[in-house]
Design a protein around this ligand. Structure first.
Ligand SMILES: [Ca+2]
Ligand SMILES: [Ca+2]
Length: 499
């Protein structure tokens, strides 16, 4: 105690020289430490060997509102004696600076400030002390900074960081540098592994009264074992494996599981399959959320060398394009010529031949791709197929060799067209147009002379399904509608359906 009094005398004498008697009298008189409330936060501080050395900071209360008086107690260590201690307190309008006063306890300083112009966000208080050699040291206390140590591996503190709950370094070493402070909140645990180290190069670790730093393992819940954890998943600091947990360093960071009970659902994977029609499979987001129901309303693709966007229409549980390939609009009537679109020879590519005014040739193609945009016809005699020999696989499904529909789309099958036709209110072109598909009587381009026929009075739509040397199509007029076979060389409307 005698030694302590001597130190105080030295401090007092210096202050006298600097500031005069009145100033000296006010500031040099040790004050009693006031009684503290139950909301006191005590921070035990370990820091680099820098002086004056902060040993403990008490803030009372930690959570304040405007009008409160917040008390601060700082305990320091310094062999040369403390010159002064200040607190720089952040608030909405800037900073308040409060000089702390020496208390009756050795190297222990007390300050108080009236809280003003703050609201619910994080503030920080910077405590700075200077010793009688003129050396300064500071410590910053902040309470809601996000800290994100890597799930695994070394971590060097790169900002002031407050740990709440369980966190730490798994399978790596921890370094405090840059003058930053790691604060371990009341009730929080900061863990690091056995055999690994904590090095304080420049900065501090502040452990409040109820916090702890613990050498053990870190674990996270990954019930389905897909290496993704739910957003906000709990961490555990203990030696043995908690139920449904794996070591945290094996969990992928920054992406979160959408379903921790299904290993096939994770970020980037389908989290809800399609349920038919224009429903689109939802993909698990990195945030760990599965998007709300997604519907396909348009499809944009390249057709005849240009980008086109068609709408979609859902009918009988299937997703169709809202118009024929090549149509410039959705039909407004069964004989709306702007909605007729193009007429394809069965199995041919989108190579331009389907334009109703395309040039013609009588040369059959021996390959799947004729390599030109001419309509292949009989030159006066009826032609049954443009390809010789025939190939039944040209329009089969999305992978059909010459599928003219965009990726994910294809020609409807016989069964699909027959189901569509059967659903019509009338078995004629009025029923076909009344369907949500708004089908048109676009006519046909026959294969004897390559002439257009029955335009505005008969409608025809190819299916992908072959029957003998023919292929199925749906056909309708003012008096009938049926699904039957037809020779493949005719130019006929195409309506794509989503696979
Ligand atoms: Ca998981
Ligand atoms: Ca999962």
């Amino acid at each position: 105690m005698a030694k302590s009094k001597n130190k105080r005398l030295i401090i007092i004498s210096i202050v006298v020289v600097l500031a005069g008697v009145g100033f000296w009298y006010f500031f040099s008189q040790p004050v009693s430490i006031p009684s503290l409330s139950a909301e006191t936060q005590t921070y035990n501080i370990s820091s680099s060997e820098k002086y004056p050395k902060f040993l403990e900071v008490i803030i009372d209360p930690l959570d304040v509102k405007v009008g409160d008086s917040q008390k601060m107690i700082v305990k320091l260590e310094d062999s040369s004696g403390i010159d002064w201690v200040k607190a720089k307190i952040e608030h909405d309008a800037g900073f308040d600076e409060v000089s702390l006063r020496l208390t009756e306890e050795e190297n222990t300083y007390f300050g108080i400030w009236k809280v003003h112009s703050t609201h619910s966000k994080t503030y920080q208080t910077i405590f700075t002390a200077r010793n009688n050699k003129g050396e300064q040291n500071s410590i910053t206390l902040a309470w809601s900074d996000a800290c994100s140590p890597p799930n695994g591996g070394n971590w060097t503190l790169d900002g002031n960081c407050t740990i709440s709950g369980v966190n730490g370094v798994d399978n790596g070493n921890f370094t405090v540098d840059g003058g930053y402070t790691l604060t371990i909140q009341n009730g929080a645990t900061f863990a690091w592994n056995s055999g690994k180290s904590i090095t304080i190069t420049n900065g501090s670790i502040v452990i409040n009264a109820g916090g702890q730093s613990k050498q053990t393992n870190l674990w996270m819940t990954d019930a389905d074992g897909d290496t993704y954890a739910l957003s906000g998943a709990s961490q555990y600091a203990q030696d043995s494996t908690p139920a449904n947990c794996v070591r945290r360093n094996t969990i992928i960071q920054g992406k979160y599981d959408c379903d921790d009970n299904n290993a096939s659902i994770y970020p980037g994977a389908v989290c809800r399959a399609t349920t038919g029609g224009c429903d689109v499979a939802e993909i698990c987001q990195d945030s760990g959320s599965c998007p709300a129901d997604v519907r396909l309303t348009t499809v944009t693709f390249t057709y005849k060398g240009a980008s086109v966007t068609y709408g979609t229409v859902e009918h009988n549980g299937e997703c169709w394009m809202d118009r024929n390939l090549g149509a410039s609009q959705v039909a407004t009537a069964y004989n709306d010529s702007a909605a007729y679109g193009d007429l394809f020879q069965w199995g041919r590519l989108d190579d331009g031949h389907q334009t109703c005014t395309s040039n013609t040739t009588t040369t059959l193609s021996s390959t799947d791709n004729p390599g030109h945009s001419n309509f292949i016809y009989g030159g006066g005699s009826l032609l049954s197929d443009w390809r010789s020999p025939q190939n039944n696989n040209l329009w089969q499904g999305v992978s059909g060799t010459n599928n003219p529909c965009p990726s994910g789309w294809r020609l409807p099958t016989y069964a699909e067209w027959d189901a569509e036709r059967a659903s019509w209110s009338q078995q004629n072109y009025n029923g076909a147009f009344a369907s949500p598909l708004k089908l048109t009587a676009a006519g046909i381009r026959e294969s004897q002379y390559a002439w257009l026929a029955t335009v505005g009075s008969w409608g025809y739509y190819w299916s992908s399904t072959v029957v003998g040397a023919d292929a199925y199509y749906v056909i309708f007029s003012s008096t009938e509608a049926l699904t039957t076979g037809h020779i493949r060389a005719y130019g006929i409307s195409v309506r794509c359906v989503r696979d």
